[in-house]
Structure formats: C-alpha cells, structure tokens
Design a protein around this ligand. Structure first.
Ligand SMILES: Cc1ncc(C[n+]2csc(CCOP(=O)(O)OP(=O)(O)O)c2C)c(N)n1
Ligand SMILES: [Mg+2]
Length: 392
C-alpha cells in the first residue's frame, strides 16, 4: 500500500494532527466527537436557549408547534405507506425519508408561498409543506408518469434524480429572481453525497459571485447509498461555504424548531439581498437508501439504534407534553388522521391508470425532434410485431 492511499484512508486524523497543533479549530475536531450544531430542542424534548436563533421562533404558538408535529407524523405515515406499497408491487421503487422529517418540515415551513423549491427525490416532507398532494409524488415511482405535478402550481420543482444538478437549476432560478427585482428566495435541497458533485461546487460559486438569493439545504444523513460521509469531505460540510464567500451553519436536523429557525434566518437574509447561505442539517437516514438497497451489507445496527434516541418526532412530542401544549385527544385524533391518509394513498395508487404507451415520447422537446420521431416509429414497429405473433 502506498503512502498516499494510507493517508486517503484516514484523512481527518492526519489533517487534524498536522494543522491544529497548539490551536483548536472547529474544522479539525477529532473523529467520533459530537459535531457542533444549532439545537433548540434536545432529544429529551428540553428547550435550550440560543442567542442567535431564538429570535426566529420566539413567537411560535402552541398551535403552530402542534402543526409541526402533525406535519411530521403525517409525512412519516405517508412514507411508511409508500414503502409498503412498493413491497406489495404497487410501486417500482421508493426512497424513504424516515428520520429526516424534522429537517424537511422545519425548512419547508420556513419557506414563503412565493419562494421556489428545488428538491431531490426524497423531499416528501417538503412537498407536503408546499401543498403538493402526497399521492402525486407516487406516479413516478409507479412508473406511470415522469413527474406528477405542475412545478409552478406550488413553486415546487419536479423530483431530480441526477445528483446535485438541481443546485445549479436553483442558482440560475435565483439569479433570475434577483434580475426581476423580486424579494422571493430559492432553496435547493441535496444530500451529503451530492456535495461531491461538481455541479454543487459550481452552484456555490455562481451563487456567491452573483449574490443570488438561494439557500443551499444539505441534509447530511450520513450516507450516500453505501458510502459514509467520511468519504465525501475532509472538513465539516457547512464549512465549505466559507471558501466560496458565504455563511454556512450546521443545524440539528432532527430538531424541527432549530431547522425552522436556521432556515428562516437564511431565507430572510437572501430576501434582503444578502446572498446565499449553506445549511447542513445533521440527520440520519433511518431506512435503506431506497427499497432496492440493503443497508445491513455496509453499516452496523448500533448506529441506527444511537440515532433512534434522537428521533425528531419523539422529541417534539416530549416537549409538547411537558409544556402541556397537547393532550391525549390531540394525539388520538392525529392517529386517526394518519390512518385515513394511509388509506387514501393506498387507494389512489391502485387506481392510477396505466399510461398510453406512446405518452413517453410526448413533451421531450417543445417543438418535437427528428430523433424522437424515429424512436416513436421504431417503438410502433416493435409493438406491431406482437400483433403478428398474436395472429399465429
Ligand atoms: C449524477 C449521478 N450520479 C450517480 C447517481 C446514483 N445515485 C443515486 S442516489 C446516490 C447517492 C446520493 O447520496 P446523497 O446525496 O447523500 O443523498 P441521499 O440519497 O442520502 O438522500 C447516487 C450516487 C445519480 N443518480 N446521479
Ligand atoms: Mg446522504
């Protein structure tokens, strides 16, 4: 083994011992230490003070807190239903958000109606906050359409599978918003793995140089399929922003209040013309990458057990109960509402009509294209060949 490859296997330790001798910096925290993050609600459900971010949630009412709880519970219920539907053969694939509810609901509820959201394929909680009907998220995963909703209907772009590309789309859109003189903001979601894509770095630089009103919201769920985030970066991801010339913050992504507060801060400064910000939401993908993945092949159970203790829904429930903001009636009603949502989703998916086989060729280009015409003709001939076989 070469010296280089040994160094590459232990990047943080060697970088830390060399450059931090005699001085402590947050960039070189030793491996396995707790990351520094903005937290307003502890895993035990205790509200902790934060001089910088309290102001963004100070006026929050018990009703709004119950609303955040409801959002997270219903999103988790919808997600579980979609996983079951995949197991029953009703969906081809599903990418679960289990564990990431607080990061998504907190940030999603921070957006304003005129803001524009660019999601990955896992932002079911953000879609919920934007008012996209959850059943519309499932058409693509059933293979009956290529999207399922009008992006301009809720300012929520279509799910994007090409990792990191939506960071550039969001930045371009935000540059347009600024040119229009509007005071809306744009938010781009992506994962820890996406941070290794060139598109994301390009987006950071364009956004910084053009002072674009875009918030980069990275859900660091610790894994990019089977690659741990140790393989994505030598410094905490939020610190990358500094090199591009804008602020970066790490927030407890399992804390819905902190996620709401930090995202409000970032969106408000973007609206004021103060440019981009990066939020790294520190969270965990509790389930498999998708229903096609088996995480037991690359990670141990201890990790999941440790994160279970930080469950985003449980901690808000503890807080609501301890502060007498919710009673048994509220939780029972929500349980019934969750079951009704599951049933509605199930029935809607099963009732989705199969598309016309030629629909795939529609809307590829606004004005049509010779290559698409050729492919359509080839497919028609292929289909016609079955008609012959049936006649035999
Ligand atoms: C450009 C590109 N490369 C590779 C893939 C395959 N791929 C799909 S998901 C994924 C991992 C993404 O990890 P992360 O950004 O952390 O998001 P997460 O799935 O954890 O939410 C990869 C590599 C892809 N879809 N697009
Ligand atoms: Mg990830």
């Amino acid at each position: 083994m070469t010296v280089e490859s040994t160094a590459a296997r232990k990047p943080r330790r060697s970088a830390g011992t060399k450059s931090t001798a005699g001085k402590r910096t947050t960039a070189r925290k030793p491996e396995n230490s707790e990351p520094e993050l903005v937290q307003l609600l502890t895993p035990e459900g205790k509200r902790v003070k934060n001089a910088e971010y309290d102001a963004y949630v100070d006026g929050i009412t018990p009703d709004e807190l119950r609303g955040l709880y409801r959002d997270m519970v219903l999103t988790r219920r919808f997600d579980a239903e979609a996983t079951s539907l995949q197991r029953q053969g009703e969906l081809g694939l599903w990418a679960s958000l289990l564990g990431q509810e607080a990061a998504q609901i907190g940030s999603g509820r921070a957006t304003r109606e005129d803001d524009y959201v660019f999601p990955t394929y896992r932002e079911h909680g953000v879609a919920w906050c934007r008012g996209v009907d959850p059943t519309n998220l499932l058409g693509m995963f059933r293979g009956v359409n290529n999207g399922g909703w009008d992006p301009n209907g809720n300012n929520f772009h279509l799910y994007t599978i090409v990792i990191g590309s939506q960071a550039l789309h969001a930045t371009g859109y935000a540059m347009g918003v600024a040119k229009d003189g509007a005071d809306s903001a744009v938010i781009a979601y992506f994962g820890d793995g996406a941070s290794s894509q060139g598109d994301v770095s390009e987006a950071f630089n364009f956004a910084a140089v053009y002072n674009a009103p875009v918030v980069f919201f990275c859900q660091n769920n610790q894994w990019a399929i089977s690659e741990s985030n140790e393989k994505q970066t030598r410094v905490p991801l939020y610190q990358r922003a500094q090199g591009f010339g804008f602020p970066g913050v790490r927030v407890d992504g399992n804390d819905v209040l902190a996620s709401l507060a930090v995202t409000r801060w970032a969106l408000e400064r973007a609206r004021r013309g103060e440019g981009p910000a990066l939020i790294e939401a520190w969270t965990y993908r509790m389930g498999a990458h998708t229903t096609s993945d088996d995480p037991s092949r690359y990670r141990g159970d201890e990790e999941r057990v440790a994160w279970e203790a930080k469950d985003p829904i449980l901690r808000l429930r503890r807080y609501l109960e301890a502060s007498n903001h919710a009673d048994e009636g509220f939780f029972a009603e929500l349980e019934a509402e969750s079951e009704a949502l599951g049933k509605r989703v199930r029935e809607a998916v099963r009732a989705m009509p199969d598309p016309d086989h030629f629909a795939i060729f529609e809307n590829v280009y606004a004005d049509g294209h010779a290559l698409v015409d050729e492919e359509r003709a080839q497919f028609a001939a292929y289909q016609a060949s079955f008609a012959d076989a049936e006649g035999v």
